[in-house]
Design a protein around this ligand. Structure first.
Ligand code: KG4
Ligand code: ZN
Length: 329
């Protein structure tokens, strides 16, 4: 069975073709370059870019997969959460295709699709219950999954998301937007405990806004004494990353202990972070297993949307009708 996935919740226009859970193509075009000068995503620019690019992205995805549009059996699309104008472009595109091809479609949650990403290309690994961790630019959430249609939120950030904090810290230090990948690249373990930064943790909830302020205050303190050198910036981001990653790992381990579930699926853009991946792998002991997607499926992509869509349709018979609405939150 061939599934077309469509993802337009933020700045990435993405289409993917899957044969069952095997990814045949996964094409993503980002409008990030158009937003960079504003230091963040401008929703109107993102929506217009989706409109301009979605046909092109679909055609490349079909061509690379070697599949004709008429052979698509199912269309899965992100319908929540995200930027309203951006979601509407993908959702209406999927509805129009469903209507014209006379094929079923279903809307999926972007966050649940991130959770699904470690199952791509892997049919044999579905064993519930699971714990789920999503760390992205917009969310930091911990879930209990009885199945992919039985997902319960256990904890989340009380303020900024983890990726958002990486972006804000990088921006404050002059590394531009987005900054997660820059911090990942510049991190030096020698300086990970140079400054004593901490993230807030209450049960399975986290807080990142305090650490962001602490890094900025420390930077200002250094600047009062002279020029902020590159070496000082590396010390700041290395100590920051140590604290942020440490808080996530500690919180998920606490969830494992509390809920007595030892298999954790992880997803979202911050899961591209090499130190976080390493720390999770290092914490996998006494039967605890972290299912971590390959890096290409961590940031926003349509393959994860198609994979979850196929699972929900194939295993649970779930589909949407044309009245389905986009939901920003
Ligand atoms: O999942 P995603 O593509 O979009 C949302 O759903 O939000 O995540 C984007 C976030 C951004 O904040 C970006 O800075 C962060 O993921 N990110 C990283 C890395 N690569 C992307 N954060 C830390 N280390 C990375 N290597
Ligand atoms: Zn995402």
């Amino acid at each position: 069975m061939y599934t077309l996935g469509v993802e337009t919740s933020c700045d990435e226009t993405s289409c993917a073709i899957l044969k069952n859970y095997k990814v045949l193509s996964n094409i993503t075009l980002s409008s990030l370059g158009e937003h960079k000068k504003y230091g963040g995503i401008i929703p109107e620019i993102a929506s217009r870019a989706h409109l301009n690019n979605i046909d092109k992205v679909l055609n490349i995805a079909l061509k690379q997969a070697g599949v004709h549009l008429r052979n698509i059996d199912l269309i899965a699309v992100t319908h929540k959460p995200g930027l309203m104008g951006a979601l509407v472009v993908g959702l209406n595109f999927a509805k129009a295709l469903s209507l014209s091809l006379n094929k079923p479609f279903l809307g999926v949650s972007h966050l649940h699709a991130h959770l699904f990403s470690s199952f791509l290309n892997d049919e044999k690994n579905f064993k519930f219950p699971l714990l789920g961790l999503v760390v992205s630019g917009g969310h930091t959430s911990i879930y209990r999954l009885g199945d992919f249609d039985k997902i319960k939120l256990l904890g989340q950030t009380c303020d900024d998301a983890c990726g958002e904090t990486f972006d804000k810290v990088a921006k404050a230090l002059g590394y531009g937007y987005p900054g997660g990948a820059v911090i990942d690249r510049l991190f030096n373990p020698k300086y990970k405990n140079y400054f004593a930064f901490r993230c807030g943790r209450i049960g399975l909830n986290l807080s990142f806004s305090g650490i962001k302020t602490a890094v900025i205050y420390k930077k200002m303190e250094i600047e009062k004494k002279g020029i902020l050198k590159e070496s000082a910036k590396i010390r700041l981001i290395s100590s920051f990353q140590e604290a942020a990653v440490g808080a996530i790992v500690q919180t998920i381990l606490e969830a494992v202990k509390k809920h007595k579930i030892k298999r954790v699926i992880c997803g979202g853009g911050v899961m591209a972070n090499r130190y976080l991946r390493q720390k999770l792998a290092d914490s996998a002991k006494e039967g605890i297993k972290f299912l971590i997607p390959s890096r290409e499926y961590t940031t926003d992509n349509a393959a994860m949307v198609a994979g979850l869509g196929f699972y929900l349709y194939n295993k649970k018979g779930i589909k949407s009708n044309l009245t389905l609405k986009a939901e920003a939150n």
